[in-house]
Design a protein around this ligand. Structure first.
Ligand SMILES: Cc1ncc(COP(=O)(O)O)c(C=O)c1O
Length: 360
């Protein structure tokens, strides 16, 4: 902290440097896609064109995916920079920002770093972490400038419905605020769910080729916003990073052309692992978890108390791990990821079962 501002992400530090295990239940991204399975020539990575402002082919590829014009698209380094840049353009020090709880820690960190006054609204586990607009309304004041949510929700993977999102849009419009929707997990929704960018001018959405596509290393992210706001973000980004790595922009264009190949069989694998997880939860009296319908993560409550203990036991004896709930400000929960191949997921669950039994 410095002057009350958050100056680092302890969660990201933990995520980057925790010791690796053989059967991780910590993943929130599908396995990394191998770029050598795409038709790429070295000339595709040419640096020529690096000075082209706002690389048009990439903006067009992103815009085409959503059916929005290029002037609503801002390219960024991952959803991480998308969230930071969007917030930096939308809030001034002292502005009130209303953020869901629990949430992805870095959203709180970015708002704090920018000097926002942070308020929270609950996504209630007893209500399947549903986005409840009445909770948002209760948390708002005439100083609220931004409402922040994740959809799918990280950590629970709850999907926000169009009606709830529209109500948030109306609340924001009445207060002169905006709604930032981090949609990095939205393409995991089954059946597919449309982006909030189509729900009105109040919405600003962020996403990337990270979680669903296994391309986190490309750092291809984006913001979709109204043209005047998008322009403000591009201009602000000149202060931060000016341009992105041009070979990465070119690779991202190739990735968009091959997106179905890149998605591959993952939706099927995830559906299978979610079913297996649901059966596992039903067999246990010490876990309380809504049925997993979407996404790559679930966030059960454990009757055994602080889930640090569970993670420690998994690491010490079972070469496995979960994400302790303290990273989402709910220590009695833990996050499980479904991204492992089916047989490894099965093995990871039997190790989780053994650890849970031991700690009963
Ligand atoms: C909600 C959310 N947003 C953003 C990110 C980071 O995405 P990227 O790798 O595209 O920066 C994560 C990664 O865990 C996330 O969970």
């Amino acid at each position: 902290m410095s002057n009350g501002r958050i100056m680092q992400s302890d969660y990201m530090h933990w995520a980057k440097f925790k010791p690796p295990v053989r059967y991780p239940l910590t993943m929130s991204e599908v396995p990394h896609f191998r770029m050598d399975s795409l038709p790429i020539a070295i000339a595709d990575l040419d640096l020529d064109g690096a000075s082209h402002p706002r690389y048009p082919p990439l903006r067009q590829a992103i815009g085409a995916r959503y059916g929005v014009p290029d002037d609503q698209v801002v390219a960024t380094d991952g959803t991480s920079m998308a969230n930071f840049l969007a917030m930096a353009a939308l809030i001034a020090p002292g502005d009130e920002v209303l953020i869901e709880h629990p949430t992805y820690e870095l959203l709180v960190g970015a708002a704090s770093f920018l000097g926002a006054e942070i308020k929270r609204f609950e996504r209630n586990p007893a209500d399947a972490f549903r986005l409840d607009p009445s909770k948002v309304e209760e948390g708002m004041s005439d100083r609220t400038r931004l409402i922040v949510i994740t959809n799918l929700h990280n950590p629970s993977s709850a999907l926000a419905g169009e009606d709830e999102l529209r109500r948030l849009g109306r609340l924001a419009a009445a207060a002169g605020a905006r709604v930032l929707v981090d949609e990095v997990y939205l393409d995991f929704a089954a059946p597919p769910s449309a982006s909030a960018v189509h729900l009105g001018a109040e919405f600003v959405v962020t996403n990337s080729l990270t979680k669903v596509y296994g391309l986190s290393g490309l750092r291809c992210g984006w913001i979709l916003a109204q043209p005047d706001l998008a322009e403000r973000m591009w201009r602000l980004n000149d202060l931060f990073g000016v341009n992105q790595a041009h070979p990465a922009e070119r690779l991202a264009c190739i990735a968009f052309e091959q997106i179905d190949t890149i998605v591959g069989d993952h939706p099927h694998l995830l559906a299978q692992n979610r079913n297996r997880w649901n059966a596992f939860v039903q067999s246990r009296t010490d876990l309380d978890c809504m049925a997993a319908e979407h996404g790559i993560t679930a966030f059960p409550r454990w009757a055994g108390g602080d889930s640090e203990r569970l993670d420690a036991r998994l690491r010490e004896r079972y070469d496995s791990a979960v994400v302790p709930g303290r990273w989402f400000e709910m220590p009695e929960h833990f996050r499980v990821g479904f991204g492992l191949p089916a047989s490894e997921f099965e093995e990871a669950l039997s190790r989780l079962e053994a650890a849970l039994d031991e700690l009963k």
